[in-house]
Design a protein around this ligand. Structure first.
Ligand code: PHE
Ligand code: ZN
Length: 814
């Protein structure tokens, strides 16, 4: 069952071209796939081919137009073996599938009245029998046939080359994608959709048509996504010299989707949550996500599509790199100084079991789509840029694009391009791809006043030391700083700085220059000093987090908030030189999950009480101050709104109710809703009951209050819709640890029940929820027993999906 990276072998055959004909009916779809197959000349001769295929009803197989008889092939549970085949042949396979019954939302499925696909990673095998692996690249021609009235819009990858009408109200279209691609990038959509249209002129003067397809009457909601797309296209030309390569770029927004979006060539398919936006219904955070994800999928056209992964263990080749490009884009195009903070919070909040950026094994490929591959993978690319410098990194990217265009390659290939372009040896650095846990850096310092020497001693706890850049600055009382990037390569290193007139405060790991846990014995004064004076916004934020975590952890034994801290906090609140978004982040208390990470055994109640106490104390002691800042922020932009709403959290319920009533945008309305009770929730529901994306927010607001049972029975709860499930259950499992981890075990049992129900419907979505149990060993005995019981109950369920099985067994370490 387990697949290993080291077992990779090249495909026995290549398929250079495939012609798909898909006829969509109300009960079934008929798929005829004609392909050109040839033996891989580089491997031992073989006279059979094993195709992947699942959940299909096989009608016939023809080789070079000859229909096979049953002795010439062997259908397996998830394969189809053709025997005694020639070295080169045309293959024609006809199968029938049932998109209407496909609740896994992988392959071809129906979402409301819309047919759409999700093939990454291994969904294409549910559409037809094929070599469904990323290193088999083919040219696709796709003909779609469907009812003219019900499905006037028929889309697939590439260019529309022909269309026509047939009898009995059918019509057809033919799409041709001139670029060879792996099967996971195949896409099609059929339905009665509206669209908005725009165009983009590329740097070489080509005119690209841009279209975003959406539900009827939602065109207005797509405008922001369109603007984001054009920005991303421009930025990729300017920063990476990458131009779009087809004449048409399409996005289709769908309501039922397992992930955020997919980068199918020329036809990205999106969860409508990441396309639809209008100020009344979408928060600033939603806008931010849309701009990032639209850019992310667009950037995949080069990092993912033109150059793809040889096998799925190399997933970070495209994902780590594309997340990095997306971050680079948002840092370049935003006025906010808080982007880096958000990235680091995302990385740290991920609750998955840790595996390497380039995993060595897995049972279900879908489980490789984790923060390790995505976010940590992006950190690895970022470190390379820091180590090589921006120019050499740029040359490395150019070399990578030139050398591997049109190929399926590995993470090693990427690193080699970086080495070749820069002359830097990255052998030691590559350990980042195989090392699993989060490394610790332990830093100490000494100051010698007579010699005016300051020394930093950096130790890492790794068996084999990692190569990383450590960005630091030495800050002195007159507000000057000496900044530098230390090149860490050994288990223990000393860095001495000369001519340091007074003992400085070290600002360490600025901008989170490496994905490590950094330890340094700061005292409160030093942390307060960094919070107020560090020029690096991330470092200011980080000092605040450390300071607050330190106090909160002390408060678990004694509920008392130090006066000194309140003073610093007040300073920050009124720092009018700082970006308002930064202040908003700095006055927000660290999450319970973040705090739990500091404890070997998580004290659920202790953390919760300490955090509540601190919040209450600040609200009381700085009442007027919060009011003043709240009132002086007119909320003209996202930064002001974030500060205003961070203050609102410390103000009275009456104030929140007033804001809720008067809000003219979702950011303000939703921030207030989170502070109010059932009455506000009811009126919110009445106002928005016809907008599924807003009702998702409503479910999340309930979930954050810990109200689950009632909501699971609500007529609007739909277990088949991934957004709804995540809105309720994912939020329940993460947003309110005190409720989820209730000593009674009720939260655990409830989640396990839902995982078991969901596993039969949509294993991907079920598996996403298992993470909530992953760290069960970090809790007290009593809780451990119940969590383990629940994991075992899931584990013992007959017919469990590979997705859930793998994560549960990993958590149980069986
Ligand atoms: N490849 C998509 C992206 O990151 C997302 C995705 C996740 C697709 C999981 C399939 C499965 O852009
Ligand atoms: Zn991606």
């Amino acid at each position: 069952m387990v697949k290993y990276r080291r077992d990779y072998t090249a495909p026995t055959h290549y398929i250079d071209e495939i012609d798909l004909r898909i006829e969509l009916g109300e009960e079934k779809a008929v798929v005829v796939a004609k392909s050109h197959v040839r033996i891989n000349p580089d491997i031992k001769k073989i006279d059979q081919i094993v195709l992947n295929g699942e959940e299909q009803n096989l009608q016939y197989i023809k080789i070079d137009d000859q229909q096979l008889i049953s002795s010439q092939y062997e259908p397996g549970e998830k394969t189809l073996t053709l025997k005694n085949i020639p070295d080169r042949f045309t293959l024609e396979i006809r199968t029938e599938i049932k998109p209407q019954e496909n609740t896994s939302l992988m392959g071809l499925y129906k979402s409301n009245d819309l047919f759409c696909t999700k093939c990454e990673s291994e969904g294409f095998r549910k559409i037809t029998y094929f070599l469904d692996r990323p290193d088999v690249l083919a040219k696709y021609t796709v003909t779609i046939i469907a009812d003219k009235k019900l499905y006037p819009v028929l889309l697939s990858n590439g260019n529309l080359v022909a269309s026509g009408e047939l009898e009995s109200n059918l019509h057809w279209v033919k799409w041709e994608d001139p670029f060879r691609k792996p099967s996971y990038l195949f896409a099609m959509v059929a339905g009665d959709l509206d669209y908005i249209e725009d165009y983009f002129i590329t740097m070489s003067g080509r005119k690209i048509q841009l279209r975003i397809f959406c539900d009827k009457n939602y065109q207005d909601h797509c405008k922001f996504a369109m603007t984001s797309l054009k920005k991303a296209m421009k930025w990729d030309e300017e920063k990476y010299g990458r131009e779009y390569d087809l004449y048409l770029f399409m996005i289709a927004a769908v309501r039922d989707f397992n992930s955020g979006a997919t980068e199918n060539k020329g036809l990205n398919i999106f969860n409508s949550k990441y396309i639809f936006a209008n100020p009344k219904m979408a928060t600033d955070q939603d806008y931010e996500n849309i701009s990032r994800i639209v850019a992310h999928e667009y950037f995949h056209n080069w990092t993912g599509n033109r150059i793809t992964c040889r096998d799925w263990f190399q997933l970070s080749l495209k994902e780590g790199l594309t997340v990095f490009r997306e971050q680079d884009f948002s840092e370049d195009t935003s006025s906010l100084t808080t982007k880096r903070i958000d990235e680091v919070i995302t990385l740290r909040d991920s609750q998955f079991l840790e595996h390497p950026v380039r995993p060595d094994s897995c049972i279900e490929i879908r489980n490789l789509y984790t923060a390790a591959v995505y976010e940590k993978g992006a950190e690895v690319i970022r470190m390379m840029r820091t180590i090589l410098g921006k120019d050499a990194f740029c040359r490395g990217m150019d070399l990578y694009f030139n050398r591997f265009d049109g190929q399926a390659v590995t993470c090693d290939d990427f690193v080699r391009a970086m080495e070749d372009a820069s002359g830097v040896d990255l052998t030691q650095f590559k350990l980042w791809y195989s090392q699993a846990s989060t490394p610790e850096l332990h830093v100490t310092s000494k100051y010698n006043p007579s010699k005016k020497q300051y020394t930093l001693i950096v130790k890492q706890n790794e068996k084999s030391p990692l190569h990383m850049p450590l960005s630091i600055a030495l800050l002195t009382s007159n507000n000057s700083e000496i900044a530098s990037i230390l090149n860490i390569t050994q288990a223990e290193q000393e860095f001495t700085f000369e001519n340091i007139a007074e003992k400085p405060v070290p600002s360490l790991l600025r901008d989170f220059s490496a994905p490590v846990k950094l330890f340094y014995a700061y005292d409160d004064k030093e942390l307060a000093f960094l919070m107020e004076n560090d020029k690096n916004p991330f470092a200011r934020f980080e000092a605040g987090q450390r300071y607050m975590a330190k106090i909160l952890l002390q408060m678990i034994s004694k509920l008392e908030l130090p006066e000194d801290f309140i003073l610093v906090f007040k300073q920050i609140l009124f720092d009018n030189k700082a970006d308002k978004a930064l202040i908003a982040k700095m006055i927000s208390l660290p999450s319970e999950t973040y705090l739990a990470d500091f404890m070997t055994q998580v004290n659920v109640e202790g953390i919760h009480e300490a955090r509540e106490f601190m919040h209450k104390e600040l609200a009381e002691k700085l009442k007027e101050e919060f009011e003043q800042v709240y009132k002086s922020n007119l909320a003209n932009d996202a930064a002001e709104r974030s500060l205003k709403n961070a203050c609102l959290g410390y103000l009275t319920v009456q104030q929140a109710a007033l804001q809720f009533k008067n809000a003219n945008n979702m950011t303000d309305q939703y921030a207030a809703l989170g502070l109010l009770g059932s009455e506000a929730l009811e009126s919110f529901y009445k106002q928005w009951k016809h907008e599924p994306l807003v009702i998702d927010k409503w479910f999340s607001a309930w979930a954050a209050l810990g109200e689950i049972k009632k909501l699971l029975k609500h007529p609007d709860f739909n277990i088949k819709n991934p957004n709804r499930v995540r809105a309720l259950l994912q939020v329940f499992a993460t947003a309110n640890p005190a409720v989820f981890h209730a000593r009674s075990g009720e939260g655990y049992r409830l989640l396990a029940d839902q995982i078991l129900i969901l596993d039969k419907i949509n294993p991907n979505v079920a598996a996403n929820l298992v993470g909530a149990f992953a760290k069960w060993k970090r809790f007290d005995r009593e809780r451990q027993v119940i969590m383990k019981e629940q994991l075992e109950r899931i584990f013992n369920e007959p017919g469990l999906s590979k997705n859930v099985y793998e994560l549960v067994s990993e958590a149980l370490c069986v």
